[in-house]
Design a protein around this ligand. Structure first.
Ligand code: NAI
Length: 251
């Protein structure tokens, strides 16, 4: 049974990806900084699924996680967070945390996945619409996710000689715990959807299905690619997150 490590697999898109890969016949290892939630997710998957606690910002933790699970056919990195704020106000700590988790975390995952994924294997990183479309108030996240897209291209070049493929998915707005807060900002969801030609937010499974495709033999000639999954939002403009948050703060 081919093993798949899903990092950030305890919630949202990662959890949906773990389910799809389990259904596709992989032995899934759910990894997350929230070890209890990872355990719960693995128990719900059942079969030979397992869980580990892993923090993508800590190289010892990433290295130990990969050492512990051995050879892998698939690695998916879904760990991520966003700390919004206008550049002129953004706390350095918030910048560093966002870049640490989203970009440095991706580097550490690619570094160790590159050593443990077997020939013919597949690595999938979750980037974002914000990797190509700027959003006011989202400087740290946009910069980190743009970096993820470029790292995926470099990793695809470097790992091709071992027959390992590296691709990205770039979701737009998806209903997960990460985006639950936008419901409290009046008009923000509406502006997102007005700028989404297909007119709805994504589900975690909308993203998981494409992750499963990139993990499968249906995509064996794809590497260094980034797939936009956003209902067409990349064709229009990003909503004014900063303006809406400021309006809320000013009452
Ligand atoms: P989520 O908050 O539901 O799941 C993220 C998971 O990552 C959580 O289980 C969390 O514990 C884990 N995590 C956070 N920091 C970690 C760390 N240092 N080490 C290991 N695990 C860590 O969020 P969601 O929405 O499922 O996000 C998954 C990925 O998709 C993220 O990279 C996010 O940036 C990206 N994304 C999400 C979008 C959305 O609208 N929900 C849109 C575009 C991209």
């Amino acid at each position: 049974m081919r093993a798949a490590l899903v990092i950030g697999g305890a919630s949202g898109i990662g959890r949906a990806a773990a389910t799809r890969l389990h259904e596709a016949g992989h032995r899934v290892i759910v990894a997350d900084i929230n070890g209890d939630a990872a355990q719960l997710a693995a128990e719900e998957l059942g079969g030979e699924s397992a869980a580990i606690r892993l923090d993508v910002t800590d190289e010892d933790s990433v290295a130990a996680g990969f050492e512990g699970v051995g050879d892998l056919a698939v690695v998916v990195n879904c760990a991520g967070l966003s700390m919004p704020g206008a550049l002129v106000d953004l706390e350095l700590d918030h910048w560093r945390t966002t870049v640490d988790v989203c970009l440095t975390g991706t580097f550490l995952v690619l570094k160790h996945a590159g050593r443990h994924v077997v020939g013919g294997g597949s690595i999938i990183c979750v980037a974002s619409l914000n990797g190509r479309q700027p959003g006011a108030g989202m400087g740290a996240y946009c910069a980190a996710k743009a970096g993820v897209l470029m790292l995926v291209e470099v990793a695809a070049l470097e790992l091709a000689e071992r027959g390992v493929r590296v691709n990205a998915v770039s979701p737009g707005l998806v209903d997960t715990p990460l985006t639950a807060g936008i419901a409290y900002v009046p008009g923000l969801t509406e502006e997102y959807l007005d700028n989404t030609p297909l007119g709805r937010a994504g589900t975690p499974d909308d993203i998981a299905q494409t992750i499963a495709f990139l993990a499968s033999d249906a995509s064996t000639w794809m590497t260094g690619a980034a797939i936009d999954l956003n209902g067409g939002a990349h064709l229009q403009r990003y909503p004014d997150v900063l303006g809406k948050v400021r309006a809320l703060a000013e009452g």
